[in-house]
Design a binder for this molecule. Structure first.
Ligand code: BTN
Length: 281
């Protein structure tokens, strides 16, 4: 009987197109279980930094918190990048935040639409999710061996093509702007911006990321409900920490850092505007 690992080994050798774009190795599949699994396997077999795995369709697309990521064939961007960053382990979770910045800027530059980051890993337009990011790291010792950055962008889905249970909370670029977009064009812009930002992040770390993340986020200054274990906590999102956590202040005056929890956004606190402004400096 084949186990999942064997399946991935078989899948990696499925027919695919291999080409170079902007000096990156790209592997384009028609259908795989998950581009993250393929990229993970390629990384273990020595794939070079920046290798990109794309697929028109995923049969078991993975989301955070063991959720699924569903997208009809050819309507979205389903990709995973192999990263081999030589950075302190503390900076690894911030790669997800960096990727959020790059996706938000890519959407703005290719469509003119304002997309914002909902901490930690969603990109939203008008409060609806248009992109999700799933980073998976493999460590040996203190340095990251490799990180797989999985990105799903809803590009040309119609309302009926969104998963039934997400139709109220998700969207696509086409739904927001009333026209189809070239996935290739979006991908190219993403790669250009990723390269530039990734290089700068490797040099500058959190100090590079912070102003960019703050400029692109739609989380700070909002009431948030955080799902921690079985407990729902409500507070105000006030800052991101040095390690990319979300700092939330509570009614009793306490503040807490959250590292990877699920959250929902509530109303904006205009009374806190000056406080948030001060944080942006
Ligand atoms: C989330 O919002 O929960 C993260 C979704 C990440 C989906 C992308 S699609 C390409 C890559 N391959 C996967 O299996 N997942 C990521």
């Amino acid at each position: 009987m084949l186990n999942i690992k064997d399946n991935v080994i078989e899948e990696v050798s499925l027919p695919r197109r291999q080409f170079k774009m902007l000096e990156k190795e790209l592997f384009l599949y028609r259908e795989v279980s998950s581009t993250n699994s393929i990229a993970q396997h390629m990384a273990r077999s020595g794939a070079v930094e920046g290798t990109i795995v794309l697929s028109s369709l995923q049969t078991s697309g993975m989301g955070r918190m063991k959720r699924q990521w569903a997208c009809p064939a050819g309507q979205g961007i389903l990709m995973s990048i192999v990263l081999r960053p030589e950075i302190d382990v503390q900076l690894v979770p911030q790669l997800t935040l960096l990727c959020g910045v790059v996706v938000a800027e890519t959407i703005r530059q290719t469509t003119g639409c304002e997309a914002g980051i909902k901490w930690p890993n969603d990109i939203v337009i008008g409060g609806k999710k248009v992109c999700g990011i799933l980073a998976q790291s493999s460590f040996t010792g203190p340095a990251p061996l490799h990180v797989i950055m999985g990105i799903g962008i809803n590009v040309n889905q119609t309302y009926d093509q969104l998963p039934l249970d997400c139709r109220k909370t998700s969207t696509s670029l086409k739904l927001e702007l009333g026209q189809r977009f070239s996935r290739l064009r979006v991908l190219e812009q993403f790669i250009i911006l990723w390269d530039k930002n990734f290089k700068s992040f490797l040099k500058g770390g959190h100090s590079y990321l912070r102003p960019k993340w703050i400029a692109n986020n739609v989380t700070l200054g909002r009431e948030v409900t955080i799902n921690k274990g079985n407990e729902l906590r409500q507070g105000l999102a006030v800052d991101i920490s040095e390690r990319g956590g979300l700092i939330v202040s509570f009614a009793d005056g306490s503040t807490e850092e959250f590292l990877a929890e699920d959250l929902s956004l509530g109303k904006a606190h205009y009374g806190q505007k000056s406080r948030i402004k001060a944080l942006k400096k």
